[in-house]
Design a protein around this ligand. Structure first.
Ligand code: ZN
Length: 242
């Protein structure tokens, strides 16, 4: 294989690898608009779930507390009646003490029941506000998902074609040339093979000796930049569309 063929292979390989990396990024990164819709959807869903769980807990607490409050109210009535039938001070003070005790307990339960009622109201309001996704919102989100899926599949298709092309270039280059490229690629990617920029290296911007510039143009052998050791090529001889 001539040095020119080898260099052409390297340039092609680097372009394919760069394109492959870009395609993989594209394939793995949903558009921002879709990501925002997904976040919005899941956040609202989570808030709604949390509100429903809270509502159930409040309702359960209310259901347990109400009979207790009712029983205490009856007890209070009982002691109130007793109070009106006492015949001496000793009895009176005993009943009043019982009544105070029941009153305190009853008040605590009533207060808590009122709190529960208020929180139930605000939770119900929150659930109503959050609501489920409207049909318009759902359609919008599903459209965005479908469009993204199409893009993703297009990227997958292009990636598959690109892999085939990569293998073809690798086969054309052969093992020995591939070894050299891999070494260079590991330390210099994504710019292992770089075009000259006039009479300078486009990667490190170091000036190139006139004789080196000449050697790069003739492509009788592969030439590397004196400063950064990257392989150099003449962009006019290897244009991007080639
Ligand atoms: Zn350089």
């Amino acid at each position: 294989m001539t040095a020119r063929d080898q260099l052409a292979g390297y340039v092609a390989l680097q372009r394919l690898l760069t394109r492959r990396a870009a395609l993989k990024r594209e394939r793995d990164t949903p558009p921002e608009a879709l990501a925002a819709l997904r976040t919005q959807f899941s956040e609202r869903h989570e808030k709604l779930e949390a509100a429903r769980v809270r509502r159930d807990a409040l309702a359960a607490e209310q259901a347990a507390l109400q009979p207790e409050a009712d029983a205490l109210r009856e007890e209070r009535e009982h002691f109130r009646k007793q109070k009106s039938h006492v015949t001496n001070m000793k009895q009176l003070s005993a009943v009043v003490s019982e009544l105070d005790h029941v009153e305190t307990q009853f008040k605590a339960k009533e207060d808590r029941l009122l709190e529960i009622l208020q929180e139930l109201e605000s939770t119900d309001a929150a659930i109503a506000t959050l609501g489920e996704e409207s049909p318009e919102e759902k359609a919008l989100r599903e459209q965005a998902e479908a469009a993204w899926e199409q893009l993703r599949q297009a990227s997958e298709g292009e990636l598959a074609a690109l892999e085939t092309e990569l293998r073809a270039v690798q086969t054309r280059l052969g093992d020995k040339a591939m070894e050299r490229f891999k070494k260079l690629w590991v330390s210099r990617k994504p710019n292992a093979v770089v075009p000259m920029d006039g009479t300078a290296c486009s990667a490190c911007h170091g000036d190139l000796r006139p004789s080196l510039v000449q050697l790069v143009r003739t492509v009788e052998e592969l030439q590397t930049c004196d400063h950064c050791r990257r392989l150099l090529y003449d962009p006019e001889q290897f244009p991007p569309s080639a």
